[in-house]
Design a protein around this ligand. Structure first.
Ligand SMILES: C[S@@+](CC[C@H](N)C(=O)[O-])C[C@H]1O[C@@H](n2cnc3c(N)ncnc32)[C@H](O)[C@@H]1O
Length: 212
């Protein structure tokens, strides 16, 4: 599998707010984000915004031979490069939006995801798009599934807090830019239809400063 890192800089120049960073994730950040995942239990994985494929290739390295990885990416250039760089039959690369994750899983006859990894730049997404993606994420995740995310800023934190009963946080300095890391479990489907900034702020009862 060939890395497609050079495309990241070009795509960042073309769509800065969608891509978020001109630099692909470092190997150290990839290891840090993926470390808590239990690969033996993951049969269906989803990646939002695979970009140049740094996480994608490492996930495939760990995944079971019968597992599937659905990588959803809006940029046609990244999609084309990823498809050309990797012929692993477990990987399904989709040109589309993370907001339609349920539809994409169904189209490939996959059930709920055991793991969803997000590299989306939530701080630059439209707020209602961000809420929609998180609602879809909760609906698409298995009850014992895990949602993992890496973010330059903390915009995603209240969106996660409201929708998951358990959230672990971390930070990775060795990346450009350094990132906040989140691992969320126990999706709360009962709240996924309640929207609005006030409700986001209300969160799950955790104080915003508990772990940023
Ligand atoms: C920070 S970059 C991802 C970095 C990449 N995962 C890496 O390893 O370096 C964010 C990616 O999300 C993609 N993206 C932005 N909005 C999206 C959406 N709504 N659905 C899917 N992909 C999206 C961008 O095109 C970009 O490739």
């Amino acid at each position: 599998m060939k890395d497609t890192g050079l495309v990241a800089a070009t795509e960042f120049l073309r769509h800065p707010s969608m891509v978020g960073s001109a630099f692909p994730a470092t190997a150290r950040m990839v290891r840090h984000v993926l470390a808590p995942l239990t690969w033996a239990d993951i049969r269906v994985a989803v990646e939002y915004g695979p970009g140049s494929g740094r996480f994608t290739f490492e996930m495939l390295r760990h995944m079971r031979h019968d597992a599937r990885l659905l990588a959803i990416e809006t940029s046609g250039a990244f999609v084309e490069k990823l498809r050309a760089a990797c012929d692993d039959p477990r990987l399904i690369v989709i040109e589309g939006t993370a907001g339609a994750v349920g539809r994409h899983l169904a189209a490939h006859h996959l059930g709920r995801a055991d793991c969803i990894l997000s590299g989306l730049p939530f701080s630059t997404l439209d707020h209602s798009d961000a809420q929609g993606i998180m609602d879809e994420t909760v609906a698409a995740l298995a009850p014992d599934g895990i949602f993992a995310a890496y973010q330059m800023r903390i915009a995603i934190r209240p969106l996660i807090d409201r929708r998951f009963a358990s959230v672990r946080c971390g930070y990775e300095w060795w990346n450009i830019p350094p990132c906040h890391l989140y691992w969320a479990t126990q999706p709360r489907r009962d709240v996924s239809d309640l929207r609005g900034t006030d409700l986001e702020a209300a969160g799950s009862g955790r104080k915003p400063g508990d772990c940023m």
